[in-house]
Design a protein around this ligand. Structure first.
Ligand SMILES: *[C@@H]1O[C@H](CO)[C@@H](O)[C@H](O)[C@H]1NC(C)=O
Ligand SMILES: *[C@@H]1O[C@H](CO)[C@@H](O)[C@H](O)[C@H]1NC(C)=O
Ligand SMILES: *[C@@H]1O[C@H](CO)[C@@H](O)[C@H](O)[C@H]1NC(C)=O
Ligand SMILES: *[C@@H]1O[C@H](CO)[C@@H](O)[C@H](O)[C@H]1NC(C)=O
Length: 447
């Protein structure tokens, strides 16, 4: 019984309300007289405020048109690890409120009023990629014009998911999508449009973003595909925001020091191979490079393979290789001076053919000794070979040397020559490898 009464009562109430609405359908004009003298009379807006829970339309078959525009005011953070782009937007929503209109001539030419946004119906436009709750500040207002146009501006901190590719870091570009859509209203109830052209959005945003931060705005594009969820279609506008990193900071802090260290490493090949300083020098460089890598680790993207980590690994391995080369050459020279192994005949003839006349010392015993004396001053840390210099090899040793009949001094000299030749050759290979890898990395960065 009670249920019947309440439903009938509700029905009657609805009927009378709708009749009332019908009756007032054409008279949603607000009496604005006195606004310019006593301020706005809140009672005349009360009927509008009371309806704020419902979409403001006269005929519910007609969708509300919401025009959207935004200004990208800052790109706060690009997190490659979580694949998140944090940006700051000033979102502008414009729609028509059919229950608001007044005649500005009646009220001292007042054409628009600011009304607290919480007293108005607001469209539930959200960003599909957003991974954070919308923290709109309280107490925002909206401008209402005498023809019922509502302009609502709100600042938004948007943390949106974005497919970030850091391979080309620090010369990378990212293309992130911001999709504006209604959370609830389907296509039949809400249609989205653009308040201004996308190039205007782009121009306004670029001026703001240009002034600050690590990222530069490259372009904004727009697409308007409909999103279907189940059987319902949602209207949406997608903006593709293309941004580019400003690489100066990284070039100065990462690439330049690293290149300098590698350049010094390459130049350290010009330290004489006999010098005691060469290996410790390269060692120190390697140590320095490791300290450098430790220092800059917080500037590098935390996840993913980037070209720059490959580049650093390459530099480090070049330095390790150059140190290994120095150890090898030092060992070779050391071996040559204290206990020269017998030299294969092919190597001997190769040395005779390939050393230039200036470096190739003639096998005249007189000059031999002076030449060796020169070397032995270089080899200050090694065993003095000069003492043994003049000694003729016994027939057995001569046989071991492939029967070439070399004196020990000549053998030492040849081995030292061989050591220098190897050093030269390995240095050339090192330079070639360095050039190839640097060119490869540069070419990859430029594509
Ligand atoms: C508007 O309100 C004023 C009093 O506030 C009243 O004198 C005037 O007649 C009203 N105008 C209309 C068109 O209702
Ligand atoms: C509401 O709009 C629909 C579609 O435009 C129209 O067919 C219908 O007659 C309208 N209803 C009223 C009461 O105006
Ligand atoms: C929305 O934009 C369209 C096209 O630019 C325009 O015709 C329409 O009047 C705008 N609506 C509002 C409420 O400003
Ligand atoms: C960003 O990606 C979208 C599609 O994923 C593409 O249409 C748009 O042209 C891209 N923008 C730039 C600047 O590359």
């Amino acid at each position: 019984m009670e249920g019947w009464w309440s439903t009938t009562g509700g029905f009657l109430l609805c009927l009378s309300a709708s009749l009332l609405l019908q009756g007032r359908a054409n008279t949603f004009t607000i009496n604005c007289s006195g606004f310019d003298q006593h301020g706005v009379d809140p009672t005349v807006f009360q009927s509008v405020f009371n309806k704020k829970d419902f979409r403001p339309v006269i005929n519910f078959s007609i969708p509300t048109h919401i025009n959207i525009s935004f200004t990208l005011s800052a790109i706060l953070e690009v997190d490659a690890q979580l694949q998140l782009l944090t940006s700051f937007l000033w979102l502008k929503l414009i729609w028509n409120h059919p229950f608001i209109s007044w005649d500005p001539e009646e009220c001292g030419d007042i054409k628009k009023l600011a009304i607290t946004a919480e007293n108005l119906w607001l469209p539930d436009i959200f960003i599909v990629e957003s991974m954070d709750v919308d923290q709109t500040p309280d107490g925002l207002s909206a401008y209402v014009s005498n023809d019922g146009r509502v302009v609502y501006n709100k600042p938004m901190r948007v943390t949106s998911i974005c497919n970030l590719d850091i391979f080309y870091f620090p010369f990378d570009q990212q293309n992130c999508t911001l999709t504006f859509s209604s959370f609830l209203y389907t296509e039949e109830s809400m249609l989205l449009g653009m308040d201004k052209e996308v190039w205007e959005i782009m121009d306004d945003s670029r001026d703001l973003v240009r002034t600050q931060g690590e990222w530069e705005l490259l372009g904004i594009n727009k697409a308007t595909p409909k999103m279907s969820v189940g059987t319902s279609l949602f209207d949406q506008i997608m903006f593709y925001v293309a941004i580019r990193r400003r690489p100066t900071l990284y070039v100065i802090n990462l690439l330049v020091p690293s290149s300098f260290l590698v350049a010094i490493d390459a130049l350290s090949f010009y330290l004489p191979a006999e010098s005691e300083n060469r290996a410790p020098f390269k060692m120190t460089l390697l140590l320095g490079y490791n300290v450098f890598l430790l220092n800059i680790s917080n500037l590098l993207p935390a996840t993913g393979t980037s070209l720059i980590s490959v580049y650093f690994a390459l530099c480090l391995s070049l330095m390790v290789l150059s140190l290994l080369e120095t150890i090898f050459i030092t060992y070779l020279l050391h071996l040559a001076t204290i206990q020269p192994p017998s030299m294969p005949r092919w190597l001997h003839s190769l040395l005779l053919h390939h050393t230039s006349p200036t470096t190739h010392r003639p096998t005249v015993p007189q000059k031999e000794i002076t030449g060796l004396g020169l070397i032995s001053t270089h080899l200050s840390g090694l065993k003095e070979p000069g003492k043994l210099g003049g000694k003729e090899l016994g027939p057995k040793e001569a046989e071991l040397n492939g029967g070439s009949g070399l004196t020990r001094a000549q053998l030492v000299d040849l081995w030292v020559q061989f050591g220098h030749m190897m050093d030269n050759l390995l240095f050339r290979i090192y330079l070639l490898f360095l050039a190839i890898s640097v060119t490869t990395v540069l070419v990859l960065w430029n594509t």
